[in-house]
Design a protein around this ligand. Structure first.
Ligand code: NDP
Length: 398
């Protein structure tokens, strides 16, 4: 039986992971669960999965959970803060770590899992975007293993040669990676109307149900931009080798184009339990609970190139990937600040890309060779982006 830690168990990926795990309780034992503040949902998960450890990143939430659990016949040990997250990512009784904390907060615990040589089911793309070089180095040096959870990267992995290990250089037989994108809720909205779209409209994704931050990233297509950077690290590819293809039905999850003209793809219903089950069982296959794909109701598959005027965040991500160094750390931090401001009604939708572009211009790029540099650049970028939000926001939101 394998031991598993689920980092971010109360989120969208975390809940889907637990749904797959509950179907295979004879093969997996939940050793640790983590969240930030959602005590109610964590309590339910503790009652069902009875983990040895629970971590609430937020101290006050950890205290509340501890008090409530004390009244129940559960043996879960409650930890708090970042140290707790890093600790449960590296426990000796844990084989697999699902890395599903949202945003930069996921970096240190995911890095701790890499340093402890775990099998990492990687949903938190920010770890690679912020510090791809250091993260991949930690994976290699400690014989950790990476299995992509992002549906696109999981599809690429499934379409790669059978002996390919994520992190190796792109095989010579591969000409290009075709990264598919739905185009989000605003694929056809007139560009002039984008300034006034609301958070509710932005998080209403046409095909996928996801957390709020990644839903906004899908609406700006920054999510695809972050995925381009993630793919560069996971598959040892230069950004030029990656083509983004709009595919509104979200049935093909990505493709690999080989030099002999073959294009291999992975298809399925848009349900994250498929890539989660694939990574949990790899190299075997297990039931995920996902409905079989009905090709007749899919009917047709459409493709189109992305319009970079509509989606400037995608252009900025390609630019950051080409700049290298800390440029993608800056991109990620500025994006997190801008998206949060948009969700809090402090910034207009179209100003998200302006904040990111100006922050990138201000901070530029430097060598990303130490964790200290990454964390300093991350903090400075957040400061610069927050100042820009304050300046832009007042003039843009009604
Ligand atoms: P959610 O917002 O739904 O969940 C985030 C999880 O992280 C929650 O458990 C949350 O706890 C926890 N968390 C939030 N902030 C902190 C913090 N500061 N410290 C520790 N834990 C924290 O996110 P998603 O599940 O949508 O996404 C998770 C990751 O997976 C992201 O990196 C995303 O890009 C990636 N991803 C998601 C996909 C999806 O379909 N949702 C698809 C592909 C990738 P709490 O509930 O207490 O706030």
């Amino acid at each position: 039986m394998k031991g598993i830690t689920v980092l971010g168990s109360t989120g969208s990926i975390g809940v889907s992971t637990l749904d797959v795990l509950r179907r295979h309780s004879e093969d997996f034992r939940v050793v640790a669960l983590t969240a930030n503040r959602d005590v109610e949902r964590m309590l339910e998960q503790c009652r069902e999965f009875n983990p040895e450890f629970v971590v609430m990143a937020n101290e006050e939430a950890a205290q509340r959970l501890k008090k409530t659990l004390a009244g129940e016949a559960l043996q879960c040990q409650v930890l708090a803060g970042n140290e707790g997250l890093e600790q449960v990512a590296a426990l000796p009784q844990v084989d697999d770590v699902m890395a599903a904390i949202v945003g930069a907060a996921g970096l240190l615990p995911t890095l701790a899992a890499a340093k402890a040589g775990k099998r990492i089911l990687l949903a938190n793309k920010e770890a690679l975007v912020m510090s791809g070089h250091l993260f991949m180095q930690a994976v290699r040096e400690n014989n950790a293993q990476l299995l992509p959870i992002d549906s696109e990267h999981n599809a690429i992995f499934q379409s790669m040669p059978a002996d390919y290990v994520p992190g190796e250089t792109l095989p010579k037989a591969v000409r290009r990676i075709l990264l598919t994108a739905s185009g989000g809720p605003f694929r056809e909205t007139p560009i002039a109307a984008l300034h006034d779209v609301t958070p509710e409209q932005a998080v209403a994704h046409p095909n996928w149900e996801m957390g709020r931050k990644i839903s906004v990233d899908s609406a700006t297509m920054m999510n695809k931009g972050l995925e381009v950077i993630e793919a560069c690290w996971l598959f040892g590819a230069k950004a030029e080798k990656i083509q983004v293809v709009l595919h509104p039905q979200s049935v093909i999850h990505s493709m690999v184009d080989y030099v002999d003209g073959s294009v291999l793809a992975q298809l399925g219903n848009p349900d994250m339990r498929t890539p989660i089950a694939h990574a949990l069982a790899w190299p075997e296959r297990i039931d995920s609970g996902v409905e079989p794909l009905d090709m007749f109701s899919v009917g047709r598959l459409d493709f189109e190139p992305p319009n970079l005027e509509r989606f400037p965040c995608l252009r900025l991500a390609f630019e950051a990937a080409k700049m290298g160094g800390t440029a993608s750390t800056v991109l990620n931090a500025a994006n997190e600040i801008a998206v949060e401001a948009f969700l809090d009604l402090k910034l207009a939708f179209t100003n998200i890309s302006q904040v990111i572009e100006a922050t990138l211009k201000e901070l530029g790029s430097q060598k990303a060779d130490t964790l200290e540099t990454i964390l300093t650049v991350d903090a400075k970028s957040r400061e610069a982006a927050s100042e820009l939000v304050a300046k832009l926001g007042m003039h843009t939101v009604n």
